[in-house]
Design a protein around this ligand. Structure first.
Ligand SMILES: [Zn+2]
Ligand SMILES: [Zn+2]
Length: 119
């Protein structure tokens, strides 16, 4: 399977294309019939087998699964994409803004004003 896919960068929201491809093998076997025992123990090997219960095989479903499996964990237009400014929202790939990025996690900003007795 190979193809060109369009992703949205997780940092700057820009749409970019990326080639994806993978080799895969799928084993299809007739599914356990309804009249058989309800619990069938699956061996290690069986886990890589897809069961077919209908007369037709849905290849779309199989390929879709492979695409999902080969998607990157993080979609980035490039490895060092600086993303959007957290203050003004400017795309830092296109223009630098004048904002001073706050140091540290914003959730802890109040703690910076905290003074303990004896300081
Ligand atoms: Zn980006
Ligand atoms: Zn900014």
């Amino acid at each position: 399977m190979s193809g060109r896919f369009r992703f949205k960068c997780g940092r700057c929201l820009e749409v970019y294309s990326h080639d994806l491809g993978c080799d895969f093998r799928v084993c299809l076997a007739p599914g356990p019939s309804d009249s058989g025992p309800s619990e069938v123990e699956l061996s290690e090997e069986d886990l890589s087998v897809d069961f077919v219960t209908e007369e037709q095989i849905d290849l779309d479903e199989i390929i879709r699964e492979q695409i999902y499996l080969s998607l990157p964990m993080k979609c980035l237009c490039r490895e060092d994409c600086p993303g959007l400014c957290p203050v003004c929202g400017a795309d830092l790939n296109k223009a630098k803004c004048e904002c001073q990025p706050e140091k540290g996690h914003p959730g802890f900003s109040k703690l910076r004003a905290l003074r303990l007795k004896g300081d």
